[in-house]
Design a protein around this ligand. Structure first.
Ligand code: SAH
Length: 232
């Protein structure tokens, strides 16, 4: 009979480990997230580190929570579903739009290592906060940009292409620059739709064709920028 492995015992210096394992068991595995690497990354990364009081005590609840400047840290299930759909492997070059607190960035960095995660945030206080959070975790394969991510990674010096692109804010349409920065054979995951509700799309590039799969309905804060909504 196939038996699932037991979750690892919580280390004594990390009291939140048990809460995290329960989150993984009930909110993620219980709802169909299967990718063992995604589940492992989400049982390692301490979500409470990315939150402040009074939110911190709710870190392992099944919900999005306020971060700074009217923005949110996404619901754990949504982070897991997006990450699973993105299918990140070690060595991948990943672009993330909407760094926020850096929680999703940390999970991508763990999965892509030794590949690089390039992440863009357009609000200065979140751009700064995410850098603090990720350096506290010792994750070094991340590059941060303070810019409008709807226009892609700002360093145009090289022919830039990413194997994976994740947009963690709701877009009115897929920004054309981001389509161009997706490598042939690459995958992009992006919520697209109205300001207050979107459909999560998984887009695979095949040459000049972009094959779209609708994953689920979702609700993200708006992607704001030149190739997106015009205001927060
Ligand atoms: N994944 C984040 C949550 C993202 S919330 C986390 O784990 O905390 C969406 C983020 O996208 C917000 O921080 C918002 O400021 C940012 N954002 C919106 N439009 C953007 C743009 N054009 N470029 C970069 N970041 C953007």
């Amino acid at each position: 009979m196939h038996k699932d492995p037991l979750p690892p015992a919580p280390p004594t210096d990390d009291p939140s480990h048990l809460a995290r394992d329960l989150m993984v068991l009930h909110q993620l595995r219980g709802r169909g997230i299967k990718d063992a690497h995604v589940l492992a990354a989400m049982s390692h990364i301490p979500r409470e580190l990315f939150l402040r009081e009074p939110q911190r005590r709710h870190a392992y609840e099944d919900s999005a929570l306020p971060s700074l400047s009217g923005q949110t840290i996404s619901q754990p299930y949504m982070v897991a579903a997006m990450t699973e759909a993105l299918a990140v492997s070690p060595g991948h070059q990943v672009l993330e739009i909407g760094t926020g607190t850096g929680y999703q960035t940390a999970i991508l960095a763990e999965l892509a290592n030794p590949g690089l995660v390039c992440t863009i945030e357009c609000l200065p206080e979140l751009h700064a906060l995410a850098q603090q959070n990720l350096s506290a975790l010792g994750l070094q394969n991340v590059r941060f940009a303070f810019a409008d991510g709807s226009q892609g990674w700002p360093d145009q010096s090289a022919t830039l292409e990413f194997e994976r692109i994740l947009i963690t804010a709701g877009a009115p349409q897929v920004p054309a620059t981001l389509r161009r920065q997706l490598r042939d054979g690459g995958i992009m995951v992006v919520p697209v739709g109205a300001r207050d509700s979107q459909v999560l799309l998984r887009i695979e590039r095949r040459g000049n064709r972009y094959l779209e799969l609708e994953l689920m309905e979702c609700r993200f804060v708006p992607l704001v920028g030149a190739e997106a909504w015009k205001q927060h």
